[in-house]
Design a protein around this ligand. Structure first.
Ligand code: B12
Length: 210
């Protein structure tokens, strides 16, 4: 089996202890870091599908998530380039009630690489916490909101509405993303921008402040 196939299988099976070596092996076989990352993301999609069909349950999904995080740690130095410019600060977080952070962490990594300082508020972030963070960060240019569950889409809506009501839409650009989010939904709730993956999020961040 190729090391890349092994990375996929280990991520799917949640084999945390073996993933770092497999990722290093896949790099040694000449695979690009981005291809290895895409392979792990594809494995997570399979994990999600298996969960949906009740073939696996939350603990297995969590083990796969831990495994992916350990794999990403190996790739991190290769994915992040040193930006020579400083484009301002981006505040990021996953919305209230939502604990998913792998996508948010990848978006953080790519936006940092694009030249932003990123303040990561973590997961399950309330609207008030976003507002407080923006108000205490005068150099904040972008707020990035992650949402992975259809059940937390109302929390995303509330957060954007809260930022608008607090008069912050004129001060910072609001960008949103996550698996159930679409450009149409982002427009509908009044966000400035939407991107479907971490690399596009970095491009969006740069273009939206231009
Ligand atoms: C791992 C995982 C978990 C882990 C999360 C661990 C962690 N630290 O993140 C755990 C086990 C905790 C978990 C829990 C739950 N989960 Co879950 N989980 C997943 C899984 C398998 C993978 C998610 C992931 O990391 N994907 C890989 C990353 C890289 O992709 P991503 O997050 O989509 O991010 C990319 C883009 O969306 C985008 N992006 C993300 N954020 C942002 C932000 C901005 C600003 C931008 C521009 C872009 C952007 O860029 C990212 C990188 O390219 C998904 C399946 C799936 N297909 O997504 C289910 C899934 C999201 N979970 C699901 C469910 C149902 C749950 C639970 C409710 C299960 C339960 N019964 O308890 C709980 C909810 C807990 C909570 N309150 O949040 C469902 C959601 C269904 C729905 N319709 O909403 C899914 C889709 C599985 C399924 N098919 O049923 N989960």
């Amino acid at each position: 089996m190729s090391k890349l196939a092994e990375v996929k299988e280990l991520t799917e099976k949640g084999k945390q202890k073996l993933i770092a070596e497999a990722v290093k092996g896949a790099l040694a076989e000449g695979n690009e870091a981005t291809l290895i990352l895409d392979t792990m993301i594809a494995a997570m999609a399979i994990v999600g599908d298996k969960f949906k069909r009740s073939e696996i349950f939350v603990p297995e999904m969590l083990m796969a998530a831990h495994t992916m995080k350990k794999g990403v740690e190996v790739l991190q130095p290769l994915l992040a380039s040193q930006a020579s410019v400083s484009l301002g600060t981006c505040i990021i977080g996953t919305v209230a009630g939502d604990l998913h952070d792998i996508g948010k962490n990848l978006v953080t990594l790519m936006i940092e690489s694009a030249g932003f300082k990123v303040i990561d508020l973590g997961v399950d972030v309330s609207t008030d916490k976003f507002i407080e963070a923006i108000n205490s960060t005068p150099e904040c240019k972008i707020v990035a909101l992650s949402c992975l569950l259809t059940t937390t889409m109302p929390a995303l809506l509330d957060t954007v509405k809260g930022l608008i009501d607090a008069g912050l839409k004129e001060k910072v650009k609001i960008i949103v993303g996550g698996a159930p989010i679409t450009k149409a939904y982002a427009d509908e709730i009044g966000a400035h921008g939407y991107a479907e993956d971490a690399a596009s999020a970095a491009d969006l961040a740069k273009s939206i402040i231009a």
